[in-house]
Design a protein around this ligand. Sequence first.
Ligand code: MBD
Ligand code: FE
Length: 310
Amino acid sequence: MSVKVFDTKEAQDLLKAAANVGSQDGSARARQIVHRLLGDLFKAIDDLDMTPDEIWAGVHYFNKLGQDGEAALLAAGLGLEKYLDIRMDAADQAADIGGTPRTIEGPLYVAGAPVRDGVSKIDIDPDPDAGPLVIRGTVTGPDGKPVAGAVVECWHANSNGFYSHFDPTGAQSEFNLRGALSTGVDGKYEFRTLMPVGYGCPPQGATQQLLNVLARHGNRPAHVHFFVTSDKYRKLTTQINIEGDPLIWDDFAYATREDLIPPVVDKTGGTALGMKADAYKEIEFNIELTPLVQGKDNQVVHRLRASATT
Ligand code: MBD
Ligand code: FE
């Protein structure tokens, strides 16, 4: 067809009407965003000469995305979540703020894990294919001094790459492989758990459907998520990768970072720690928090999160 209508008065008036530009009611910010995003879409339809069939395929894709509950998964897979990190990183760099690097939260956190003191064994369900793993470290401030009373939360997948609460097989207990603990005066935390395996998108889901069309895979390397919270510092959202995973630099969600691949060390003495075997793996991951900005966490992210109680 190759017609151009975007700059016509008819199209521009339609765009303004749809976003209700000029109204004093509702949300001015929502009008601004809708006007811009819808305008960018209208323009793209013109520029790429997108067909009605393509538009309707896209509209119905949104229905499937919602039915599958995968909008946040797609946000990770399309790099939207990573892009927000790139922006926060740039803001920190401009303000000369360092600390342990952030990386994306992903869609699989569940609030409400019971908070323990210092040490927590978080593998509740047996998993014969997963070896024992200790993840431990010290939480410090920018001055290198230990932070007491920091809450360290972690969550990760089992040997099938499935997370409790979201396990399609229904096999896991609530809060299996999810922990929360509070640091003592030494700033130390220690999770006793089992080695995770990388995640793969649901094969029949909307996210994988789009990735297939783009000739992309929907897999993540093995990883462990963290939230670290303290009254005195900004909340850190991060992950560590399990070194040696073949997908470590081929994560469909783009979360791998050089400083977030701590060595995995072979240890013995696991039986005395209550682990399921004497030989176990250990990862030391020390965490440096960043200062509040004018007394506030200026980057804390509010989003809808699952929660459960035990
Ligand atoms: C995950 O485990 C995850 O961390 C992300 C970002 C997306 C899907 C599954
Ligand atoms: Fe994950």
